[in-house]
Write a protein that binds this ligand. Structure first.
Ligand SMILES: NC(=O)c1ccc[n+]([C@@H]2O[C@H](COP(=O)([O-])OP(=O)(O)OC[C@H]3O[C@@H](n4cnc5c(N)ncnc54)[C@H](OP(=O)(O)O)[C@@H]3O)[C@@H](O)[C@H]2O)c1
Length: 324
């Protein structure tokens, strides 16, 4: 039997935060035959270019971690680009993977696929049970289409072609490779930057928008990568036991959430900020709680390894390296 470590693995988005963590994880496992192309080398929205790439490389497995990703501002400002780019990238990669004989593919979605008012913690079966959060609806619709595309290819081609395409839905991620842009970043990198700048300038106070009481869940990106590889490598019988043909996505969360106030204090302490942290309660809070039920993944045998304090320390070290 051939050595599984010789399998050729294509990571779409291998320079991104999650894609690069998946590559680290696979290399640690001993995989060496890993291919990746930068956005400049291969625009995944280009159908012909993607077809040519697959014809040339003929990978055995695909991790689809390329996507147009952004915070509320970007999602709200560029809704057309968010829906077009994400649909094109995933349609091209999933379809060309199939056309070129790829049997194993993992699609990365997001917790924003779930309805705005989904019961907490959000279970996999909350999908399509209500209206989405309007600010990122185009992005979420693309991600839902990606899940349904994987399911549809399995339903039509698993018997005839051995296709086994799976999807994972991560909670909020953070860690090395994150985007620390002052306006267009997620909450943890934004807080890291703010506390760092406040420390450097000896600012007496950092003011956080809202009451600090909303709760959010955060997962360290290397844990996400480990979960992705775990789900990809899981034997089909175990995977099928936890999923349905028309509901085969799996949540990946940390398992518990924290208040924004606790998060702010944790970031402040990791950064070494000595000043005061206060809350501007005149500013809006957003959804009170967003928390995923990761019971299926836990039952399959996966648990995260990195706690918030440890993960934030790694993230801050990465930030310092990025700004050096
Ligand atoms: N970060 C989170 O908190 C989070 C949470 C839930 C789910 N996810 C999901 O996880 C996946 C990876 O996210 P991430 O945080 O790693 O994002 P990221 O750091 O922005 O990485 C995405 C990668 O995809 C590439 N890409 C985008 N459009 C492309 C195109 N048309 N052709 C070729 N490459 C393209 C980007 O290249 P350029 O930068 O050069 O465009 C980038 O390297 C996404 O599916 C995302 O939805 C992320």
């Amino acid at each position: 039997m051939s050595n599984p470590l010789d399998q050729k693995i294509y990571i779409a988005g291998h320079r991104g935060m999650v894609g690069s963590a998946i590559e680290r994880t696979l290399r640690k496992q001993g995989y060496t035959n890993i291919v990746g192309k930068t956005h400049a080398q291969l625009d995944l929205t280009n159908q012909v270019a993607v077809a040519d790439f697959f014809a040339q490389e003929k990978p055995d497995q695909v991790y689809l971690a390329a996507a147009r990703v952004g915070g509320i501002y970007a999602n709200n400002t560029y809704p057309a680009e968010f829906i077009y780019d994400n649909l094109m990238v995933q349609n091209n990669v999933i379809h060309q993977a199939f056309v070129h004989g790829v049997k194993k593919l993992l699609f990365l979605g997001s917790s924003c696929i779930y309805p705005k008012h989904a019961p907490q913690p959000m279970t996999e079966d909350a999908l399509l049970m209500g209206k989405l959060e309007p600010t990122n609806e185009p992005y979420a619709i693309a991600k839902i289409a990606g899940i349904k595309m994987c399911e549809s290819y399995n339903r039509q081609y698993s018997q005839s072609h051995g296709v086994d395409y799976r999807s994972v839905m991560p909670t909020n991620l953070y860690g090395p490779g994150d985007n620390y842009h002052p306006e267009n970043s997620h909450v943890i990198p934004a807080l890291i930057r703010r506390f760092h700048e406040a420390k450097i300038s000896n600012a007496p106070e950092v003011v956080i928008w809202g009451t600090g009481t909303p709760k959010r869940e955060f997962l360290y990106v290397d844990d996400m990568a480990a979960a992705s590889v775990f789900v990809m490598q899981l034997d089909k019988a175990s995977f099928d036991q936890q999923t349905e043909p028309m509901q085969n996505h799996i949540n990946v969360g940390y398992g518990s959430d924290v208040t924004i106030a606790d998060l702010a204090h944790a970031v402040g302490s990791v950064v070494g900020y000595q000043g005061k942290i206060s809350f501007d309660t005149s500013k809006p809070d957003g959804t009170p709680r967003k928390w995923m039920d990761s019971g299926k993944l836990n039952q399959l045998g996966w648990k995260p390894l990195v706690d918030l304090q440890g993960g934030l320390a790694q993230a801050y070290a990465d930030f310092l390296q990025q700004i050096a």
